[in-house]
Design a protein around this ligand. Structure first.
Ligand code: HAM
Length: 425
């Protein structure tokens, strides 16, 4: 038997109702904050990710699905392509390619699959889904303002509240800008020099090539050393400090709670200044529901003009896991099961179902070959609220027997009142 590839999975009903609920709610919230959708390709030139995300990151060095294209045309033969491991690089590429700076401040959102060859476990997949957003534009359009950081964070708090997710924590840090990064990297290198040989091989390499990435290390034996390293918060220059405190002030004034975590550096190289994660206690080891931050130098690193930006991506798989499934799952059930009774009744039942659906009812349709007992069994199994019997007598009288499957109450309802009666809760 052929099975879904390790780390990938099928999303089936009734769970897909939750996914739809999450996506519809996210779209609604994004609209209220004037974000618009962007869809970028699922695969891109490999260089895009190595330059944006960084060669030394786990994502680029270990986890990408990369292949050489075998196209016939000279132009694309042998081109190295990669399934997108994240969507920020693609959005910034599109920003540059389509000169989106002409539009001033761009507020863009996306939803879709991402791919990373990680070791699969609860909440960690090789194909996973992100809902993300990016605010990017020339600094004259206000893209660099701490007000943008705060707005994005407040929007996220609103979205999680709207979804009914409680118990999240916003962890906040500033990872500084190019200026302070240079001095901080120097300090890290110095601090690592005498101890690197006691660390894992990855850290030994990182200590030389990209010391900040040492903070990504998960090896338990390395943690005491990492704990003792200097923190970026001690190396922020004045403008970065000011930016960070401004973000915090706005968050306090709008009532979004956060905790400072100066070990939070995020696993991707493009971050500058504000970096954040929302974590959720109920998720286990993979407790980051979403992550994001500023990337003021990313456009330039990809050959574009200066374009400060900030964004985030929610791990939709993890978000859905943290939702109370029962409440929303119930919404996915049909309002009514239409049960044709006897030969020739499929046509009448189909007409009636069409009318009811136009009246906004969620309808499941039975079959005239089913006996009444079987129709009741199917309707009950589906969790329908009502069953509606469509027999010859009912059609003639234009009045139908509507039975509430939970209470057992049955009423005769004229055809033109049926939809209203069924959708009223
Ligand atoms: P990230 O932290 O790599 O950031 O991923 C964001 C979220 O995607 C994580 O917090 C997690 O919920 C989810 N995620 C990541 N890997 C997996 C996986 N293997 N299985 C399930 N869920 C996963 C980014 O991707 C940045 N592009 C976010 C961003 C946007 N920064 C600025 N703008």
């Amino acid at each position: 038997m052929i099975k879904a590839v390790r780390g990938t999975r099928d999303l089936l009903p009734p769970d897909t109702a939750l996914w739809n609920f999450v996506e519809a709610t996210a779209r609604e919230v994004f609209r209220a904050y004037n974000f618009h959708e962007i869809r970028t390709p699922i695969f891109e030139d490999t260089q895009l990710f190595s330059r944006a995300v960084g060669e030394e990151t786990d994502v680029v060095s270990k986890e990408m699905y990369t292949w050489e294209d075998r196209g016939r045309a000279e132009s694309d033969h042998g081109q190295s392509l990669t399934l997108r491991p994240e969507n920020t690089a693609g959005v910034v590429r599109a920003y540059i390619e389509h000169k989106l700076w002409d539009r001033g401040l761009n507020k863009l959102y996306y939803m879709g699959p991402q791919f990373r060859r990680e070791r699969p476990q609860k909440g960690r997949y090789r194909q996973f889904f992100q809902i993300g957003a990016e605010v990017i534009g020339p600094s004259t359009a206000g893209s660099e303002s701490p007000a943008r950081d705060a707005e994005v964070l407040e929007m996220l708090a609103t979205l999680l509240d709207r979804l009914g997710i409680t118990g999240w924590t916003l962890e906040l840090n500033s990872v500084g800008c190019a200026n302070d990064r240079a001095t901080y990297n120097e300090a890290l290198r110095k601090a690592l020099e005498p101890v690197a040989s006691q660390m894992c091989v990855d850290c030994q390499r990182r200590a030389v090539t990209n010391p900040l990435r040492v903070f990504d290390c998960k090896v338990p034996e390395d943690q005491p050393i990492i704990e003792s390293l200097p923190r970026i918060s001690q190396y922020l220059d004045e403008p970065c400090r000011e930016h960070f405190s401004h973000v915090q002030e706005i968050l306090k004034s709008v009532g979004v709670e956060f905790v400072l975590n100066d070990r939070l550096v995020r696993g991707l190289d493009y971050y500058t200044r504000t970096a954040f994660e929302f974590t959720h206690g109920a998720l286990g080891a993979q407790n980051a529901i979403l992550g994001g931050g500023r990337y003021d130098g990313l456009s330039e690193a990809l050959g574009g003009p200066p374009a400060p930006g900030i964004g985030f991506a929610i791990g939709e798989d993890r978000l859905v896991m943290s939702l109370q499934t029962s409440a929303e799952g119930a919404k996915a059930k049909p309002d009514v099961y239409v049960a044709p009774l006897g030969a020739g009744m499929n046509r009448e039942a189909a007409r009636l179902a069409r009318e009811l659906r136009r009246g906004s009812a969620i309808v499941e349709l039975g079959d005239e070959t089913f006996r009444l007992k079987k129709s009741f069994e199917v309707a009950t199994k589906l969790g329908a609220r009502y069953i509606l019997i469509v027999g010859e007598n009912e059609v003639k009288a234009d009045t139908f027997a509507l039975k509430n499957l939970a209470s057992g109450e049955q009423v005769q309802v004229p055809r033109n009142e049926l939809a209203a009666r069924i959708v009223e809760k």
